[in-house]
Design a protein around this ligand. Structure first.
Ligand code: AMP
Ligand code: MG
Length: 352
């Protein structure tokens, strides 16, 4: 082959390689597009954003798994194991699946740790206030006093050997509403991992779990909901990788009467919606089941006790918002959190 020919040949090969690699570049770019899916499960919108091969298949599996969890743990629809447990309170023990048993046990663990600020047997009070009914209402004080007596996590009897569980007194009810979505989030991440996914994000109505980094290697930027703003309006951003960010707030489910907001997070001691001046509490942790239980817990505890409690748990950070629109964070979060600034109408308080 002459020099000229070989030059032409080389150019041809280079063009061919360029074209082919151009193709694969496009493919790669396409693969970087996330697969997204939204579903209504566990009483909330579940949004998944997944990168990489098998994204769609994994998303379907997550939906199936979350529906399964909802079915066994809900107290807001008939059927399911937790309903069965509640129907048999004061009568007989019920054998739970390992899922329900695990979530209930974890609920008790946090009930103990928080000395009952979180109480997994809050069910009768939730029912009394009609929080999940069409007509929530302020109960009479006498009713509150009577029903409050039924709320006591120490009345759950566990039989480790066969996962048999019983609530001691008739009328007692377990309620996993403060923790089950967290378990669901952890299960979603487990499924993503099983499918070889390295980068994904799932939001279960304010319970966010991030797997890995974003595909470009940067962290996921989780917005903290403005408790008095439109849905999606945020007051701060927390960059995370392989973490969960869970928020509890008085804006999620509530009714108003006489200018007072009655929300869905109840103080087992008073029997009323927790009134501690907090309007939202956010927990950042490794496992979503822990973050979910803790966000509800610290909302009931209030700023001072909640802050002290979280500072005592390794690997857990928190952000609190009070009714004066002041934001407080744990020491470990101070350097990481990015505040939106004054225009958000919230003020960051560096030292409490
Ligand atoms: P979350 O949105 O995770 O803070 O959970 C709120 C839900 O947890 C409520 O709708 C109730 O089902 C349940 N709940 C309310 N108050 C408590 C409490 N003090 N301890 C445990 N669960 C609670
Ligand atoms: Mg919770």
């Amino acid at each position: 082959m002459g020099t000229k020919n070989s030059i032409i040949y080389s150019i041809f090969v280079i063009v061919l390689i360029y074209t082919l690699s151009g193709c694969s570049n496009t493919d790669r770019l396409n693969r970087e597009q996330p697969f997204e899916r939204n579903d209504f499960i566990m009483g909330t919108i579940v949004s998944q954003r997944i990168y990489g091969k098998n994204a769609e298949k994994a998303a379907v599996k997550v939906v199936e798994r979350l529906k399964e969890i909802e079915e066994s743990m809900t107290v807001n629809a008939p059927g399911g194991e937790i309903n069965k447990l509640n129907e048999n309170s004061g009568k007989s023990k019920v054998i739970l699946s390992s899922d329900s048993y695990h979530v209930l046990k974890t609920g008790v663990k946090y009930s103990v740790l928080t000395d009952g600020a979180f109480d997994v047997t809050i069910g009768p009070l939730v029912k009394l206030w009609g929080i999940y009914s069409e007509h929530p209402r302020i109960p009479a004080q006498a009713e509150i006093e009577r029903v409050k007596e039924l709320v006591d996590y120490r009345d759950i009897i566990f039989n480790e050997a066969n996962r048999g569980v019983m609530l001691k007194k008739a009328g007692q009810m377990a309620d996993l509403g403060g923790i089950a979505k967290g378990f669901g989030g952890d299960e979603a991440i487990r499924i993503y991992r099983d499918w070889g996914i390295k980068s994904a994000y799932v939001n279960l109505g304010g319970n966010i779990v991030a797997l890995g980094n974003k595909p470009d290697g940067s962290k996921w930027r989780v917005g903290i909901q403005d408790p008095r703003g439109l849905q999606g309006a945020y007051i701060a951003i927390i960059p995370v990788a392989d973490k969960t960010v869970v928020t509890s707030g008085d804006y999620e489910r509530y009714f108003e009467e006489g200018g007072v907001r009655y929300h869905h997070i109840l103080d087992p001691r008073s029997g009323y919606p927790a009134r501690t001046k907090l309007i939202s509490s956010t927990i950042i942790a490794d496992k979503s089941i822990d973050a979910d239980a803790l966000s509800t817990s610290v909302f009931v505890m209030g700023l001072d006790k909640g802050m002290e409690f979280v500072e005592g748990i390794k690997g857990v950070e928190a952000l609190f918002v009070d009714e004066n629109r002041k934001i407080y964070v744990t020491d470990g979060l101070r350097k990481k959190v990015v505040f939106k600034g004054d225009e958000s109408g919230y003020e960051y308080i560096e030292k409490r």
